[in-house]
Structures are given as structure tokens and as C-alpha cells.
Write a protein that binds this ligand. Structure first.
Ligand SMILES: Nc1ncnc2c1ncn2[C@@H]1O[C@H](COP(=O)(O)OP(=O)(O)OP(=O)(O)O)[C@@H](O)[C@H]1O
Length: 287
């Protein structure tokens, strides 16, 4: 039994009004415990709608969603928060507490973690994202740097120890160092705790660093599902979905168009090896 299962899901905003908009069309998807999956798609393709459905914030108009085998409408919202934790886009805009401690403590208190365990919970969550409990606990969340704010927002979800962590554009608007730190901390937390990860992005470069399996949405429909390596050689799916090609895929595309035999090469090393062999040069790695 999959941890999360979507069966023929449709979702329509403002149904039966002149502004009716079908945001998802017949989406079926299984996500297993411990899996890391990326959701790619350009703006308006239905990514946020999909994660709101998985988080039980909205319900399918047609189709069903099962979390741990139980139909999503049958879940109590607090219980579901312990299973699915969502970090929305620009989560720092939703800070409300006066101190970092209170910001992180809100979630675990809300899902019923006993008061005597809250301090450990907050400390552990902050440390998971590289923030010092002792230095920051009494500071205002609003006075942190951009990267620290984003890490704090992620910590406030980690503090609930969800089985599935969903991140919507986790590194949007961060500098390269901030992006790297966030991806690193998420990677470690997921591996150490054997959690399930769903990352939403329009940036394949970012997604493939965290996940192996990718789905691509185009105008609410699932147009690709498979390992990221497959998407790598199948870049037309990305072009079809109007997504920017990552630099490495642009190179693959040029080489393929020029007739280099790189079919089946998935890494930069494999591609270079193929070109060297084709040109009659020795391997850089095997000599
Ligand atoms: N509350 C709403 N009312 C009406 N239409 C909506 C609403 N929310 C989203 N939509 C529409 O549904 C479609 C899917 O939106 P969604 O936010 O899921 O896309 P997305 O892929 O997450 O986009 P982005 O990358 O910009 O966040 C879009 O056409 C959007 O305009």
C-alpha cells in the first residue's frame, strides 16, 4: 500500500461560476514511504493545488486521495498535520510570533506535543536547519537574515516531525549559498529520519539534487512520471511543459542534434567519456 495515493483526481476552482478553472485533470499518482519525489511545472500548471490536496486543505472534485490507506476526507486535520507537513512558498511572510521559540513551538503545541517536550522539540528542529537554539530562541523572527528566516520557517514544520515533508519552491529568492544550505539541511533531515519528501519547483537543477523521481505537470495534467535521468534524455517533455532547460540538458540537446552518440549517458562524466571515445581519445577517468 502506497503512503499517498491519488486516483483520477480533478480539481476545479470557482466551480459553476463564470470564472471556473480546472486546475488538475485526472491525476493519478502513488508515493511510497521513504520516497523523494519532485513536482515540476511552469507557473499555473497546478503544483500548489496538488500539494494542497495532499495536505487535505482542499478536496478533489472528482477522484480520491488516500493517505496511509485512509481516504483523505476521513482524516482529522490535526492527525493529518502529524503525517503531512507543508512548507508553502515564501513561508516567512506568515511569521506571527514575537520570538523564534514561540514561532517553532506553535506547530508541535497545536498537534498535542506535551509542554515538557516542547523545548527539546524546538531545539532539535532549529538545530536540524543549522540555527542555534541558545543564540536565537529569544530573537524576533522578523529580524533574521533572508536565509535564516527560510530555515526557521522550515524548522517550524520539522518540529511537528511529519512523516512526509512537502516543500513548495523551498529556495525561491535565496542567494546561491542560502540555496545550498537549505538543500543540504533538508537532505540530511530526510535521510537521518527516513522521511518522505515532495519538492515542488520549476527548476529541474534544484529538484534533481534532492530527488530521483520526478513528475511534470502541464496545464493540470501529468505529462511525465519517472526517474530524473529519464527526463534528462527526454528533454522534449520539459520543452513541451514550457520549462527552462537546465544547462546540462542544453548541452545534451546540442550534442544530440550534432549526432554525438550520447544516448543512455546520464552524467557529465558519461557524456564526456562518450565524446572522447567517439573522437578516438583516451578516457580521462580510466587511464
Ligand atoms: N483560489 C483560486 N481561485 C481561482 N483559480 C485559482 C486559484 N488558485 C489557483 N488558481 C488557478 O489554478 C491554476 C493552477 O494554479 P496553481 O497555484 O496550482 O499553479 P502552480 O503550478 O502552483 O503555479 P505557481 O508556480 O505560480 O505557484 C492556475 O491557472 C491558477 O490561476
Amino acid at each position: 500500500m502506497a503512503l499517498i495515493s491519488l486516483k483520477g483526481v480533478y480539481y476545479t476552482y470557482l466551480k459553476d461560476t463564470p470564472l471556473e478553472k480546472e486546475a488538475l485533470t485526472n491525476v493519478s499518482l502513488d508515493i511510497e514511504q521513504g520516497e523523494r519525489i519532485g513536482i515540476l511545472g511552469k507557473t499555473g500548471s497546478g503544483k500548489s493545488t496538488l500539494i494542497q490536496l495532499i495536505g487535505g486543505l482542499i478536496y478533489p472534485v472528482v477522484g480520491e486521495i488516500y493517505i496511509k490507506g485512509k481516504e483523505i476526507k476521513k482524516w482529522n486535520s490535526k492527525e493529518l498535520c502529524k503525517v503531512v507537513g507543508i512548507v508553502f512558498q515564501y513561508p516567512e511572510y506568515q511569521f506571527f510570533a514575537e520570538t523564534v521559540f514561540e514561532e517553532v513551538a506553535f506547530g508541535p503545541r497545536n498537534v498535542g506535543v506535551p509542554e515538557e517536550k516542547i523545548e527539546d522539540c524546538v531545539r532539535g528542529a532549529l538545530e536540524s536547519v543549522g540555527l542555534s537554539y541558545d543564540e536565537l530562541k529569544d530573537r524576533s523572527p522578523f529580524h533574521l537574515s533572508g536565509g535564516e528566516k527560510r530555515r526557521l520557517a522550515i524548522a517550524s514544520i520539522l518540529a511537528m516531525d511529519p512523516e512526509v515533508l512537502i516543500l513548495d519552491e523551498p529556495t525561491a529568492n535565496l542567494d546561491p549559498k542560502g540555496k545550498f544550505q537549505i538543500m543540504n539541511y533538508i537532505d540530511k533531515w530526510i535521510s537521518k529520519n527516513n522521511k518522505t519528501l515532495i519538492v515542488v519547483s520549476h527548476d529541474l537543477d534544484e529538484i534533481v539534487r534532492l530527488v530521483r523521481r520526478v513528475i511534470v505537470l502541464k496545464a493540470g495534467s501529468l505529462v511525465f512520471e519517472g526517474l530524473s535521468e529519464k527526463l534528462f534524455m527526454n528533454y522534449k517533455k520539459l520543452e513541451e511543459a514550457d520549462l527552462d532547460l537546465p544547462e546540462i540538458i542544453k548541452i545534451v540537446k546540442i550534442l544530440q542534434e550534432k549526432g554525438y552518440p550520447i544516448e543512455g549517458a546520464f552524467t557529465v562524466q558519461e557524456i564526456v567519456e562518450r565524446i572522447l571515445a567517439y573522437k578516438g581519445y583516451k578516457s580521462l577517468w580510466k587511464c
